[in-house]
Design a protein around this ligand. Structure first.
Ligand code: 4NP
Length: 156
C-alpha cells in the first residue's frame, strides 16, 4: 500500500473555514471509499482560539451548517499551525492570501512549494471569504466544496 497523502487545511482561526474543509473532505473520501489514502487535519495561523493549550470547538454557525449536511464536528478542536507540521504534511491548503503569507512565515521558505490556496484546485484565483466577518456561511461552504472537488479529482 502506498503512503497516505497528508493534507493540512489552514485558515486564520481554525473554527470556521479550515474545519469545514477538513470535515467535508473526510466525509467525501469516506463516501468514495478512499479514507485510507489520506491523513487530513486543519489548523490556524493565529492563536486566538486556543486558551491555555485547549482549542475551541468549531464555531456554532459552522457546526450547524455542517450538521445540516450530516457531518459531525465532534472532537474537532482548534490548533495552531507550527513549524513541525512542515515535515508532517505533503500539502498545506490555505483559504486566502493572508493565510499563505502567514503559513509561509511559520513553515519557512523550504516548505513554500507545499503551500497553496484551496480554490486554485477549482481553477480559481480567489479566496474563500471568512464567514466570521461576512456571516455568509453557505457561500464559504460552497467555495470550500468546489475546491475540494477539484482537489480530489487531481488526486485520482
Ligand atoms: P476562520 O474564521 O479563519 O475561518 O476560522 C475566524 C474565526 C475566528 C477568528 C478569526 C477568523 N477570530 O479572530 O477569533
Amino acid at each position: 500500500m502506498t503512503k497516505p497523502y497528508r493534507i493540512m487545511f489552514v485558515c486564520l482561526g481554525n473554527i470556521c473555514r479550515s474545519p469545514m474543509a477538513e470535515l467535508l473532505l473526510k466525509d467525501m473520501v469516506k463516501r468514495a471509499g478512499r479514507e485510507n489514502e489520506f491523513i487530513i487535519e486543519s489548523s490556524a495561523t493565529s492563536d486566538e482560539n486556543v486558551f491555555n493549550g485547549v482549542g475551541a470547538p468549531v464555531y456554532y454557525h459552522t457546526r450547524a451548517l455542517l450538521e445540516s449536511k450530516g457531518i459531525s464536528c465532534a472532537g474537532k478542536r482548534a490548533q495552531v499551525l507550527e513549524k513541525r507540521h512542515g515535515a508532517q504534511f505533503d500539502l498545506f491548503l490555505c483559504m486566502d492570501g493572508a493565510n499563505v503569507r502567514n503559513a509561509t512565515r511559520i513553515l519557512g521558505a523550504e516548505n513554500a512549494h507545499k503551500i497553496k490556496k484551496l480554490l486554485s484546485y477549482a481553477g480559481e484565483s480567489g479566496d474563500v471569504a471568512d464567514p466570521w466577518y461576512t456571516r455568509d456561511f453557505e457561500r464559504s461552504y460552497s467555495d470550500v466544496k468546489r475546491g475540494l472537488e477539484g482537489l480530489l479529482a487531481s488526486l485520482q
